[in-house]
Design a protein around this ligand. Structure first.
Ligand code: KIV
Length: 302
């Protein structure tokens, strides 16, 4: 057992918790909105310290932290564990929980019930669902039940197979029109914000002319009101395939590997632990202990 004390949530100074009107006001002021994913207590603390505006516990956790091959298999219970841990590390950013595939599509009641769990059990400020027209009724129902909803159009990983795989959307006039219709439908449902994922920058810019809620882009160019990246992508935590829109701002995997390699080498070379990592003991106590163990050792070895 480590004697390291439990880390405490960082002090975010005088910043107050971000609210939905704050997000709308940032959009009005044309102040870029910063969103990242986070999946646990330490990554939430990093997002808090960095002063991001919105934290999403994305179902990307299925692939980035749980090792699934896609986002499809992850369950509500698995994501709730991650949302609760993230909540404990956050004070100021708005916390959004991603509703996983199969947890909201069936009926409005199912969507409300699932979303309520994210709000009541995990302390999320709102939820995100994928899809435009096909999800508008669910979004409307959850919003009517008092739950803030973020939409997600363009490349929607939960249904990527139907979209022809993980590829940019809206690259023909017809596809761009469907994208606009999806964005309009989910906006009309009352979403406070919408993620635009993987689409030509010029198409996103044209769709933006019809948007009046905060649009957060990921692979949608510069015209959106904010940007989001998956934390593990931007930090370089894995060595897996990276979509074109990802920029690596750090090499955390490289640093982690360096650390674990150095630990492995030092243990094998008996260079760790050093005297500075050892606990001392009073010499008199040690002597008494030795005297007590000597007859015991000789008895045991007979
Ligand atoms: O699950 C996720 O991380 C997401 C972001 C890419 C927006 O949906």
């Amino acid at each position: 057992m480590s004697a390291t004390p439990q880390p405490r949530p960082v002090d975010s100074g005088s910043r107050r918790p971000v609210t939905l009107p704050d997000i709308a006001a940032m959009r009005e002021r044309k102040e870029p909105i910063v969103m990242v994913t986070a999946y646990d207590f330490p990554t939430a603390q990093v997002a808090e310290s960095a002063g991001v505006d919105i934290v999403l516990v994305g179902d990307s956790a299925a692939m980035t932290v749980l090792g699934y091959e896609s986002t499809v298999p992850v369950t509500v219970d698995e994501l709730l564990v991650l949302c609760k841990a993230t909540r404990r590390g956050l004070r100021t950013p708005l916390l959004i929980g991603d509703l996983p595939f199969g947890s909201y599509e069936r009926s409005n009641d199912q969507a409300i019930e699932t979303a309520m769990r994210f709000v009541k059990e995990a302390g999320c400020d709102g939820v995100k669902i994928e899809g435009g027209e096909r999800s508008a009724e669910r979004a409307r129902a959850m919003i009517a039940a008092g739950i803030p909803v973020m939409g997600h159009v363009g490349l929607t990983p939960q249904t990527a197979t139907a979209l022809g795989g993980f590829r940019a959307q809206g690259r023909t006039a017809g596809a761009a029109r469907r994208l606009l219709e999806d964005a309009l439908a989910i906006q009309a449902a009352g979403c406070f914000s919408i993620v635009f994922e993987a689409m030509p920058a010029a198409v996103a810019a044209l769709v933006m002319e019809h948007m009046h809620v905060a649009i957060i882009g990921i692979g949608a160019g510069r015209s959106t009101d904010g940007q989001v990246l998956v934390l593990n992508d931007l930090l370089g935590i894995h060595s897996a395939f990276q979509p074109k829109f990802v920029k690596r701002f750090a090499d955390v995997r490289g640093e982690m590997l360096k650390g674990v390699n150095a630990f492995t080498e030092e243990v094998r070379a008996r260079a760790f632990p050093g005297p500075e990592h050892e606990y001392g003991v009073d010499q008199e106590e040690l002597k008494r202990f030795r005297e007590w163990t000597s007859p015991l050792v000789s008895r045991l070895s007979q």
